[in-house]
Design a protein around this ligand. Structure first.
Ligand code: ZN
Length: 370
């Protein structure tokens, strides 16, 4: 578990977070053929890590290396195995989630998780415009915009279905939609005039020199059991766009489970006639709200963080004076039982914690007992 009280721990977390951000820059620049030199954050963090090791009196061989080939070895090893003091404690995770910062020279989900340490991911450059729109848009406009992005990570701007969906968006968003949230597909993502699309998040897949597919992180590859689900190919072209990387990461990716849960709850609510469901109520104060026949409102927040300790640190306490009868903190079933048990122990903020699968059971049972 994170212990933030001593400076060593704080310094380490901050520096590793910087390093992870530098590596993300590298990963993106490499995949988009914009890489000229090692990103400065990476260099800065490497020097700092080396220094921290010196301050701790580590042996020469145990210091974070300053050469690239040696660094690659370290970055491909889980942090808990690094010879720095307390790393096992600072970065301990369940076995399933124990992963290095880089896997197969590509950024991991864990890397992104630690890059966010102490930072609000929402401040990421690509999502700034989305946040800015939150205030001027009304509830419905905001919901339609969010849903549009989740439904259309890759889009052909002349597609009739897309144009129809766009009509739901407020006028002021329609005119700027492509500029604010989309970008052309980088040429490195095109081969034989086609673009490969991720079977999980529907963003573009990068094909490396060995012919292996890579989504933005290793998460989609893991959750599709090594692309067992079919990778689609679509024709490239100047009218094909994709959401910016930050939008994929912070809106589309979490949106997949939010939308799935929303759809399932809608169906149960409709079939039973016991409750109504709303997506992103009050401009996303929570992800989903349920209004029961007896007048009670339940709210649901879906959170998918790689590291439960970070989630526990960042979640705001559920207000005890709130008008909501119950608040659920839902994590994806694929995070596993141990993850949920751990979260229940470390996150005592008034939420009922369960998985997306469990809440469906919970609500189905409740209706059957009525
Ligand atoms: Zn994906």
């Amino acid at each position: 578990m994170y212990r933030l009280e001593n400076n060593y721990g704080k310094d380490v977390l901050k520096t590793i977070s910087l390093l992870a951000r530098g590596i993300q820059d590298f990963d993106q620049q490499y995949k988009e053929e914009k890489l000229e030199k090692l990103p400065s954050l990476w260099k800065k963090a490497s020097a700092k890590l080396h220094l921290i090791g010196l301050e701790q009196g580590l042996k020469q061989n145990d210091l974070f290396p300053l050469t690239l080939d040696k660094q690659m070895e370290w970055l491909s090893t889980p942090l808990t195995a690094w010879p720095y003091p307390k790393f096992a404690e600072l970065f301990s995770l369940e076995d399933d989630f124990m992963e290095p910062i880089l896997y197969d020279f590509s950024v991991t989900e864990f890397c992104i998780a630690i890059a966010q340490e102490g930072q609000n991911p929402i401040l990421e450059q690509d999502t700034k415009e989305f946040i800015k729109l939150k205030t001027p848009l009304d509830d419905t406009g905001y919901r339609h915009l969010r849903k549009f992005l989740i439904d259309n990570p890759v889009v052909r701007v002349i597609d009739r279905k897309v144009l129809k969906q766009m009509k739901n968006l407020p006028n002021e968003v329609q005119s700027k939609l492509w500029d604010l949230f989309y970008e052309p597909i980088p040429l490195t993502y095109v081969s034989d005039k086609t673009v490969s699309v991720c079977p999980r998040c529907s963003w573009t897949l990068f094909k490396d020199l060995n012919g292996d597919y890579k989504c933005d992180t290793d998460k989609c590859k893991k959750l599709t059991r090594n692309w067992e689900e079919k990778v689609r190919s679509i024709e490239s072209g100047s009218n094909l766009l994709r959401v910016k990387r930050g939008i994929r990461r912070y809106i589309v990716d979490p949106g997949i489970i939010e939308m799935n849960l929303y759809k399932k709850l809608c169906k149960i609510g409709k079939d039973s006639g016991q409750f109504e469901v709303e997506l992103y109520p009050n401009k996303d104060e929570y992800d989903i709200s349920i209004k029961l026949k007896n007048g009670e409102t339940w709210v649901i927040d879906v959170k998918d963080w790689a590291v439960p300790q970070q989630l526990a640190l960042h979640i705001k306490p559920f207000s005890s004076t709130s008008e909501y009868a119950k608040a659920f903190l839902i994590v994806p079933n694929y995070r596993g039982e141990k993850y949920v048990e751990k979260l229940k122990v470390i996150c005592d903020k008034g939420y009922i914690i369960m998985t997306d699968k469990e809440i469906i059971h919970y609500i189905t049972r409740m209706i059957e007992e009525e």
